[in-house]
Structure formats: structure tokens, C-alpha cells
Ligand binder design. Sequence first.
Ligand SMILES: C=C/C=C(\O)C(=O)O
Length: 268
Amino acid sequence: MTAAEVAKTAEVLREAARTNSPCPPVRSHLGDGDIQAAYAVQRTNVERGVAAGRRIVGRKIGLTSPAVQDQLGVNQPDFGTLFADMAVPEGGLVEAGRLIQPKVEAEVALVLGAELPHRDCTVADVLRATDFALPALEIVDSRIADWDIGIVDTVADNASSGLFVLGGTPVPLTGLDLRGVRMTMTRDGEVVSEGTGADCLGSPLNAAAWLASTLAGMGDPLRAGDVVLTGALGPMAVAGPGDRFEARISQLGCITVEFATDTEGDRP
Ligand SMILES: C=C/C=C(\O)C(=O)O
């Protein structure tokens, strides 16, 4: 994979995002299975974002739950980058047309108080470095038409990131059983996703340790202040105009988001 091919693929994905018009899968450009090339594409667009003034606030882990892996036919976790402009306020409204083909997931977010610099990060390291946990919704999106993605497509496409919502009540980790949390998410009152902390690579803490080790190995470790979305606890659910999602995660609380209809404006 040449630098020119990486740059071209990054441009295709940027253009899809800019025009809200999905593109064909990029795995044919990058080589099916070339995950390193896919991360190079992701990095290119993250660097473009930073150069354009976007602020990195953390990372997301994707493909941690068997339910999501089955939905997408992928069998390993990945990560993407969170920017401040992707945050939607708790209980807020996602404007119509902001995303291409959104889906919603409920997750545990960890907010770090210290760097995680080791390539062999342990759960104890994660526990020590975490300031607090929050309930979170991740609104994933794909710049690839019809979500026809494999691992290379989603990695190149910033792990299919879209927007995220963080709960506003921090929960200290002392006494918190993150493996045992139970999540139920509804769309307009109907249950559309359920899962537990154990469904996220055995525990959201395992997922965070995987991410910290992976990023340290890439020379770009997790830092104090970073938000880590540790990965879906249950299957993703499709979001459409007018939908209201509510997720309850035991020990952490409840979090909601709504999708505007075409006629609604933005709301703080
Ligand atoms: C395609 C995205 C998947 C995730 O974000 C996840 O599994 O958490």
C-alpha cells in the first residue's frame, strides 16, 4: 500500500462525509485484511481534522460484543478517535441530515485521570488511571454504502464513528462491578438492545486495557482527560427521524437521545 493510495482512500471517505453521500467499500483499494493500511487512512483523516481545528477528546472501541460482531461479520475489536464536535448533550437532539445511516449503541464510558503508557496494560492499570465512569450512547454511522463493511472498511472509516452522548453523573469505580452491569435500550419504548458488561470483551475494563496496550504499541498512548467509549454492550439499533432512545445501565444510570424529524430545528 503506497502513501498515495492511503491519501486517495482517505479523501474518498472525507468526501463521503462532506457530501453525506456514502461511497462503495474501500477494502478493494486497501487490500482485504490490510488493517495497518486502514489505520493509516484513519490517521490521515484524524490529522486533517486536527489541522482544521477539531479537538481530540478520546477514543472509541468498536466490535467488542459478539452481537455487534455477528451483525457486521467481523471478529476482532478496533478503535477510532472522538472529537469534541461529536458530543451531543445528554437528552439532546441529533439534527436531521447530520448523519448518513445512524445506529445507536449503549456503552460504558471511562474518563481517565492519568496516562496509560504501557504496551502490556492491565485491568489494574486501567482502574488506577480512571477518574470515573459514565453511561454513554454511541451513535455510529458509516460512510460506506449500506453498511457493507469489513474490518478494513470500518477501521479506515474511523471505526464507523458518528456522535456520542455522555451521561452527566460521574460514578466512581470503587465498588462498581463493570463486568456485571446490565443494559437495556429502548427505541420509542420498545426494547431494541440488551446486554451486560461481560458481553464487552468479558468486561469494559478488558476492552480499555486492550485499547491502552494497542495505542501504547503505536506510540500514541491514552492520556489524562481522555474519554474512552469501551464498546457496545448489546446489538446496534437503527435510528430514524423522530426516534427517541433511552438506555439504562445498572449501577450507572439512564441516558437518552432523540433524532429530529426533518421539520425540527436543533436543540441544546
Ligand atoms: C461499527 C461500530 C461498532 C461499535 O462501535 C461497537 O461495537 O461498539
